[in-house]
Design a protein around this ligand. Structure first.
Ligand SMILES: Cc1cc2nc3c(=O)[nH]c(=O)nc-3n(C[C@H](O)[C@H](O)[C@H](O)COP(=O)(O)OP(=O)(O)OC[C@H]3O[C@@H](n4cnc5c(N)ncnc54)[C@H](O)[C@@H]3O)c2cc1C
Length: 534
């Protein structure tokens, strides 16, 4: 299989690196060339490149939620590490995440907050057969995850991560933001951000002398004998150079999700159409290179469709979720972070291309919830309709730069608004008239919107229409791993010297950072304990 070159929106990876990352790339290149180590044992076994440009015991690919714990754990276990990161800053999606960490296990932080939790309680919680997705955990991997959870939170704290105590609860903590980390989080006033974990870990890795190669993209895994032997290194692209890095002990893939790769994500859910962006884009471009390289090297992608998982986000007036171009703290869009929730739904209705409602606006995210209806609308065209009274009450400003150009319209009549958004005027007018009647009656016979949301008529001009974009947030499944985070091949056998953690790894049906931090740390320790292969 050839490795895909295009990301979402048709950008090549090179465009992304050249555009978003140009300045840091230059710096990284200088470092790379000047510190290249002499080749060792070159070209002696099949599969080995003619020349190694660098070498270390362990190569970690990706510097996010999984990569940083993997890196530090490997170094602390005595290994030398090269950390390969295609972006120009350390942190991946973890850096811009909200900072909720669903990791329990009986950590010291939980004990200090009088929360009763343990590895056994966690394991029982995640194995509850009544929760449908729990059937997808591989029990031995889940057991390892639970056994190391509490201790990993303690370890994060030892490395400078501050836990935001009031939010400590069973199976979940929230950490506090550190120093300037909020620059990458949602807003300067928020207390929680993944930067609160990444920044201290980055400082720890630097203090321990990790060779961090920014602007350096892994494009291929190298196995001895081609596709049969140990993983012995990676091929990377750094600027115009193609280089080979030798891993004397192991390679750890911590390259994140593949939600920006059109084909791979469509295997998970064909409703994820090409024009959809992924959350975190363009700061993070999850193009699935790690996954593709592992498949080329003999592994496989696991996981079935995410029918009962929340894998999408709805954004109002923007195509981005967090970190849009030119927005230092957050994406534009009406509502906090471009999203509406809860009570907001009492002020709006959604209409499709035909100008009619199609869903209970306040429907949740579960199966047959909002997203299933939204994804079924032609072209995913969805308009949020509200009036001036709602805009004033909620302090919504549906004009640029709060919303993106051409994603919000207003007019003093329904007919003019309908024309502006190209929906049939009669249909839109009837839809709003009917909805206002439902508010009077406090009953929605069409979609059963709950009475508590049927409180506001949409009647005060000017009227507004704001586009809703649907975004991919999580991809589930990934490379099969065992309890040590070793990657398995298409026959279920360990690929020697190859580890994976975080979103690129499957075997745990957990969303977000938890499986990254815990399994990343496990991978780092296990990789460092491998014997040196020459
Ligand atoms: C806006 C937002 C908010 C979120 N909030 C939360 C939250 O509150 N709680 C939570 O648990 N999760 C949250 N998540 C999800 C969470 O951030 C991710 O699940 C988590 O960071 C995944 O960890 P990872 O290490 O697998 O990937 P990442 O943290 O994304 O790191 C992967 C890294 O690998 C690099 N990389 C990829 N391919 C290559 C390559 N070929 N060569 C070199 N480097 C490569 C990437 O550039 C990236 O730096 C959020 C995500 C987003 C986008």
């Amino acid at each position: 299989m050839s490795v895909g070159k295009k990301d979402q929106k048709g950008m090549s990876r090179r465009d992304f690196v050249n555009g978003a990352a140009a300045s840091g790339l230059a710096a990284a290149m200088g470092d790379l060339v000047s510190t290249a180590t002499p080749a060792s044992a070159q070209g002696q076994t099949p599969g080995e490149p003619a020349k190694w440009d660098k070498e270390a015991d362990v190569i970690v690919v990706g510097s996010g939620a999984a990569g940083m714990p993997a890196t530090i754990a490997a170094v602390e276990a005595g290994a030398s590490v090269i950390l390969v990161e295609k972006n120009t800053v350390v942190g991946g999606c973890a850096l811009i995440s909200q900072g909720f960490l669903g990791v329990g296990g009986g950590s010291q932080a939980q004990k200090a907050a009088n929360v009763v939790d343990s590895a056994d309680l966690d394991y029982a919680f995640y194995m509850d057969f009544k929760v449908r997705e729990n059937r997808r955990h591989v029990p031995e991997v889940l057991r390892a995850f639970c056994d190391r959870s509490g201790d990993t939170i303690d370890w994060l704290v030892q490395h400078g991560v501050q836990i935001y105590n009031p939010a400590v609860r069973s199976h979940s903590i929230q950490w506090n933001v550190m120093g300037p980390g909020w620059l990458y989080g949602s807003s300067p006033t928020r207390k929680s951000s993944g930067a609160g974990m990444i920044k201290p870990l980055e400082a720890a890795a630097k203090a321990k002398g990790v060779d961090i190669q920014l602007g350096t993209e892994m494009t291929k895994l190298i196995r001895e004998g081609g596709t049969s032997g140990r993983a012995i290194g990676v091929t990377v692209k750094a600027g115009s150079q193609t280089l080979n890095f030798h891993a004397k002990k192991a390679v750890i893939l911590a390259s994140g999700s593949w939600k920006g790769h059109k084909y791979l994500r469509s295997l998970q859910d064909p409703r994820i159409t090409d024009e959809m962006t992924g959350t975190g884009y363009p700061f993070i471009n999850d193009d699935g290179m790690g996954m593709l390289a592992a498949i080329e090297a003999g592994s496989i992608m696991t996981g079935d469709r995410a029918d009962d998982r929340h894998v999408w986000h709805r954004m109002f007036g923007t195509r981005y979720y967090r970190f849009a171009p030119g927005q230092p703290f957050a994406a534009p869009g009406i509502g906090a972070l471009g999203q509406l929730s809860g009570d907001d739904m009492s002020y709006i209705i959604f209409v499709n291309k035909a100008g009619v409602r199609f869903v209970n606006e306040a429907a949740g995210e579960a199966t047959n919830g909002f997203y299933d209806y939204a994804l079924a609308q032609p072209g995913h065209t969805i308009w949020t309709i509200f009036d001036d009274a709602a805009a004033k009450k909620n302090h919504w400003t549906p004009t640029p730069p709060t919303v993106e150009p051409n994603m919000a319209f207003s007019a003093s009549t329904w007919a003019d608004l309908a024309k502006a958004i190209s929906v049939p005027a009669d249909a839109l007018t009837n839809t709003v008239t009917e909805y206002n009647l439902y508010v009077d009656q406090r009953a929605d016979p069409d979609f059963k919107k709950a009475q508590i949301y049927l409180t506001n008529k949409i009647a005060t001009a000017p009227f507004y229409a704001v586009a809703v974009s649907l975004q991919v947030h999580d991809t589930m499944g990934g490379l099969p791993i065992n309890a040590k985070a070793q990657v398995l091949d298409i026959y279920g056998k360990v690929i020697p010297g190859l580890y994976a953690a975080g979103e690129v790894a499957g075997s745990l049906d957990l969303i977000g950072m938890p499986k990254g931090v815990v399994m990343g740390r496990i991978a780092g320790e296990a990789a460092a304990a491998e014997k040196v292969s020459l």
